[in-house]
Design a protein around this ligand. Sequence first.
Ligand SMILES: NC(=O)c1ccc[n+]([C@@H]2O[C@H](COP(=O)([O-])OP(=O)(O)OC[C@H]3O[C@@H](n4cnc5c(N)ncnc54)[C@H](OP(=O)(O)O)[C@@H]3O)[C@@H](O)[C@H]2O)c1
Length: 326
Amino acid sequence: MKAIRIYEFGGPAVMQLVDVPRPVPAADEILVSVYATSVNPADYIIRQGGNDLLRPYLKLPLGLGLDAAGIVEEVGSEVKNFKVGDKVYGVPNFPGDGSYAEYLTAKASQFALMPRNISFIEAGALPSCALIAWNGIVELGKVLPGQRVLIHGAAGGVGNLAVQFAKAKGAYVIGTASSYNFDFLKELGADEVLDYKDQQFETLLGNIDLVFNASPVRDNATRLKSADLLKEGGIFVCTQLDSPFSDELKEALAGKNATATHVGGGGLAYVSSLSETTKLIEEEKVKAVISKVYPLEQVADAHRESETKHVRGKIVLKIKEAHEAV
Ligand SMILES: NC(=O)c1ccc[n+]([C@@H]2O[C@H](COP(=O)([O-])OP(=O)(O)OC[C@H]3O[C@@H](n4cnc5c(N)ncnc54)[C@H](OP(=O)(O)O)[C@@H]3O)[C@@H](O)[C@H]2O)c1
């Protein structure tokens, strides 16, 4: 089968499309024929050699990719929740061979049935960002109707889903983005939008119940300003798993009995995140936002675009044409 592998860390050119053996599922795994995957910041960070958190897991040669939408081709002997032919979406094993490939094996517990009303391309844009946004807003953020939620990086892959999940839960949503994304975010349901570059959001806002930091930029000053906006007992959830909270931030939060937590890594609620996402998409309360679709052969261009850190929604990699599905 065709798959992307890297044999050295570096720029986009280190990604090679090669022939590798098709994987075989273990007892608790499914074999998925992959139709679409998408690009996440972790993909280019891994390609470049990783960060302090990821580096210990990275052994060359490496596959890349954290999202998959496709069709179940085989099921392991212990798998009860899927059958051959099911359309599924989910997150491959990590560490593992990634999802930039014609086939992958993954734990069945990291996949769910795809929403019936969307394409493989749309489904391929969703899993890992839905996982992080759902866990951040609902499981850790404990959002309630009427609460005021501030989302940084609201137009990005994680951020746009966080906006939609928070709105679906009845929250009042304030997003930060560049001004060219204001109309887009309003259409998505955001109640207020602020430009992180030239509006002093800390002087304009207050009384925030939940801050969800989904910006791809690690910035302690923004974290501190956000902590100031939180209500007594508020919650700060941060996607930047590799970047610990400073003592200054911890003190600022402790002063108002607020809590701070990172979302990601172990302990994520895969099944509920994906099945709730499926439900919300089928109810047309949430949609996949795709900025561009590249064929797998153009993965280097897709990475270059993602590395600008200004993608609206997701960049999808098409692995197979949907009409190939039987
Ligand atoms: N923990 C995990 O397992 C996990 C999984 C997925 C993602 N993540 C993390 O979540 C974060 C977001 O990922 P993503 O996939 O959503 O990234 P992304 O799609 O690449 O983010 C792009 C967005 O970031 C916004 N942005 C750029 N600079 C900003 C700034 N200084 N302040 C606020 N927003 C800014 C851009 O907005 P404008 O174009 O409007 O300027 C753009 O909409 C990353 O740090 C990623 O590593 C973590």
